[in-house]
Design a protein around this ligand. Structure first.
Ligand code: PLP
Length: 402
């Protein structure tokens, strides 16, 4: 027997930006992953809502291997055929018209914010402002962290980018009041379900009211679907539960099943704001990332993963509600499809290590919300397994702290 590979508490060379668990994964298959010492885990995290098709999906692996051998990157000096293919698919699924490709979520949001600003400048608004929400998370660049609500994410990085008006969730009267008479506003920007902020859904009514308000005031409706999009809630995009169509929709995380990719989808009101020279990125839209996106969406359709995510998510949520709501210390069970949160009445970061020890990967966000964003291929029995590990861990944690 070989000795267990020790994992240093802190890396000597990788910058210390994450509080990491002392383990390292080596490989995965479906919704299972194994660490370098051979310990098996059930994946309730999906690489933070990224690994849509789980790990080692045979069709995705074959497609990526084929693409890597053909062409990984070519540059945006030329047409990239696979960009056309993926853009056409995203247009079809969203009911919107044009796509810009990048490589990450913050980049997609940065592009959205640039669209909101130029939309204003094109109308003669010199100091455009964007409405953003309490609880929002939009990324870690200077502009997207400024749009983010969390003071911990702001700390140390001032001066923040100006031009944001912050409002509460699900309160249209407050939005109207806080924007009244402000002629500089050009857009409203929100996550259909806030992820990092603690799994807080915008209600269907509120999203419809925001769509109407944007139409009334000629603002862009910009919906950050980076985490809640790509089938996770049982629709392609979470805002589709409200039957609305945004003007701008940033995507990333799940779109490439693990290959870095971002996209900004625009409707007619925003599709022609950027002109040649206004925006760009070297890696954006490269053939490898595009192939990952095309294959992810194709496999999702073929396997009917939207209906599957809705069904398994519903089953998982029902089990969590039944077994946890009413337990002393459990405040709420929220979310839709395979984007679920269990809010406790106290910080619960310790559950990360405890659940990992018990063989389950998950995350804790907003200090006290246990978050499940597993691959969309999660089976009913794997959902039951998550519950069988998680519920006793939460109960044990709460009882020790009582
Ligand atoms: C993760 C996330 C981002 C940032 O994406 P990165 O790829 O980490 O830059 C932005 N918005 C939302 C809603 C997210 O969940």
């Amino acid at each position: 027997m070989t000795a267990a590979t020790p994992i240093a508490a802190a890396s000597p060379h990788v910058m210390n930006t994450y509080g990491r668990l002392p383990l390292a994964l080596s490989h995965g298959r479906g919704c299972r992953v194994w660490d370098v010492n051979g310990k098996e885990y059930l994946d309730g995290l999906g690489g933070i809502a990224v690994n849509t098709l789980g790990h080692g999906h045979p069709q995705l692996v074959a497609a990526l291997q084929d693409q890597i051998a053909k062409l990984i990157h070519s540059s945006n000096y030329y047409h990239v055929t696979l960009q056309e293919t993926l853009a056409a698919k995203l247009v079809e699924l969203s009911g919107m018209t044009n796509v810009f490709f990048c490589s990450t979520g913050l980049e997609a949001n940065e592009a959205a914010l640039k669209l909101a600003r130029k939309f204003g400048h094109d109308k003669g608004i010199d100091r455009p402002e964007v409405v953003v929400f309490e609880g929002a998370f939009h990324g870690r660049s200077i502009a997207t962290l400024s749009a983010t609500a969390n003071p911990k994410i702001h700390a140390g990085f001032g001066p923040l980018v100006e031009g944001f008006v912050r409002v509460p969730r699900n309160d249209i009267a407050a939005v109207r009041k806080l924007t009244e008479g402000n002629a500089n506003i050009t857009a409203v920007f929100f996550e259909a379900i806030q992820g990092e902020g603690g799994i807080h859904p915008m209600t269907v009514d509120f999203m419809r009211e925001l769509r109407a308000l944007c139409d009334e005031r000629d603002w862009l409706l910009m919906i950050d679907e980076v985490q809640c999009g790509i089938g996770r809630t049982g629709k392609w995009f979470a805002h589709q539960w409200a039957g609305i169509v945004p003007d701008v929709m940033p995507l990333a995380k799940g779109l490439g099943s693990g290959v870095p990719i971002g996209a900004v989808v625009a409707g007619p009101k925003a599709a022609n704001i950027f002109q040649p020279g206004n925006h760009g990125t070297t890696f954006g839209g490269n053939p490898l990332a595009m192939r990952a996106g095309v294959e992810t969406l194709r496999i999702m359709e073929e396997a009917d993963l939207l209906a599957h995510a809705a069904k398994v998510g519903n089953h998982l949520k029902t089990a969590l509600v039944t077994q946890l709501l009413g337990v002393q210390g459990v405040k709420d069970v929220r979310g839709q499809g395979l984007m679920l949160g269990v809010e406790l009445d106290r910080p619960c970061g310790a559950l990360l290590q405890r659940c990992a020890d018990a063989g389950l990967m998950l995350s804790v966000t907003a200090d006290s919300v246990v978050r499940l964003v597993p691959p969309l291929i999660l089976s009913m029995s794997e959902a039951d397994e998550i519950v069988a590990i998680l519920v006793p861990q939460i109960k044990q944690f709460l009882s020790e702290q009582a």
